[in-house]
Design a protein around this ligand. Structure first.
Ligand code: PHE
Length: 341
């Protein structure tokens, strides 16, 4: 029996030497020291020994258990150390390596120009108003004095979202004028930038989605002269002191009188080029004195108050600012283009 114990010890020790994982180690522990393990099996036979041999064999058995126990504990801490060393190596982080280059983005050219325009208008005491892009025809047409027969109300021009033509993607920012006048009493000074939609084919100067900045001023004694002064200030701030403007008579149902405003072509300086179609001028916006019917429709007495309004094309404004000759560039997100701003 003593030999069996010695043999068991040798066997266990050499088995432990081949262990490479915690799982293997646990299997061996169960095999040798577990309740159904080999040492227990030997000890169960103690009963068959002569009484005088039992103490010595018992002692040897205990010693063997201790030795195997200690060998297991030693192996276990070796394994732990090894796995720690492995982890340290594989998860090593060199904080002294220089960081990768970080690419900063920047504002889109239209955002740059819009922010400038906002600053200019805020400097003149304007607030910024917002309105929905999915708009009621009531606000975009009816309240703006746009008759049911107006071509802008055709399905070929406007993106209706309901069969009864009561809702559509707004085709101008002018409905915000009405929304503001319904809620606020004069003096009113607001601009309202945003997206608008028209059924236009994409080309160098058209897109079915583009942006406008609407402007509205209502107070006592507001005239066309105030409109000219305000827009001339905007133009000189954006394009330089000496930039010329031209106010051409035009027609809008919601302003009377109405005009379109051109800016002298920044590309050729007015002598005529491809960008201005040889005219020397580029159309920037529509404007006018708010129609008395529109004021009255919003509960503002046209005998007491008057106002002016304008709608500027933000794409145009940006193209003029940077001499961009194709509107598509503004929407294509080509980094070679955008990186220039
Ligand atoms: N809403 C007009 C357009 O889109 C522009 C405009 C705005 C004209 C305000 C007059 C007054 O063409």
């Amino acid at each position: 029996m003593k030999e069996r114990l010695e043999q068991l010890k040798e066997e266990a020790i050499s088995a432990l030497n081949t262990v490479t994982s915690g799982q293997m180690l646990e299997l061996l522990r169960v095999k040798y020291l577990g309740k159904k393990g080999e040492l227990t099996a030997i000890l169960k036979q103690m009963g068959s020994l002569p009484a005088e041999q039992r103490p010595t064999v018992g002692q040897i058995a205990n010693r063997v258990r201790t030795i195997i126990d200690e060998a297991i504990a030693k192996k276990s801490s070796e394994l732990e150390e090894m796995s720690m060393a492995n982890r340290l190596e594989s998860e090593a982080l060199d904080v002294t390596i220089p960081g990768g280059e970080f690419q900063f983005g920047h504002r889109h050219p239209m955002t740059i120009v819009l922010d400038e325009a906002k600053d200019i208008f805020i400097g003149m005491g304007f607030d910024i108003a917002e309105g929905p892009e999915v708009e009621l025809s009531y606000y975009d047409f009816d309240k703006l004095n746009i008759p049911i027969t107006h071509p802008a109300r055709e399905w070929t021009d406007t993106f209706y979202t309901t069969q009864d033509e009561s809702v559509h993607l707004r085709c101008q920012t002018s409905p915000v004028q009405v929304r503001v006048m319904e809620k606020k009493r004069p003096p009113i000074r607001v601009i309202s930038p945003g997206r608008v939609y028209r059924k236009d084919e994409v080309d160098a100067s058209h897109s079915p989605m583009f942006h406008q900045i609407e402007g509205l001023v209502v107070d006592r004694g507001v005239t066309m002269g105030d409109l000219k002064g305000t827009l001339n200030l905007l133009v000189s701030r954006l394009y330089g002191e000496n930039t010329k403007t031209r106010f051409r008579p035009h027609h809008f149902p919601f302003t009377e009188p109405s005009c379109e405003v051109d800016v002298q072509c920044v590309v050729c300086g007015g002598s005529g080029c491809r960008t201005c179609k040889q005219s020397g001028w580029i159309e920037l916006l529509g404007a006018g004195v708010v129609h008395p019917k529109v004021l009255a429709g919003c509960g503002i007495d046209p005998d007491e108050y008057s106002g002016f309004a304008f709608g500027i094309g933000l794409e145009r404004m940006t193209m003029l600012r940077y001499g961009i000759d194709d509107m598509r560039l503004l929407f294509e997100n080509d980094m070679r283009f955008l990186n220039q701003f």
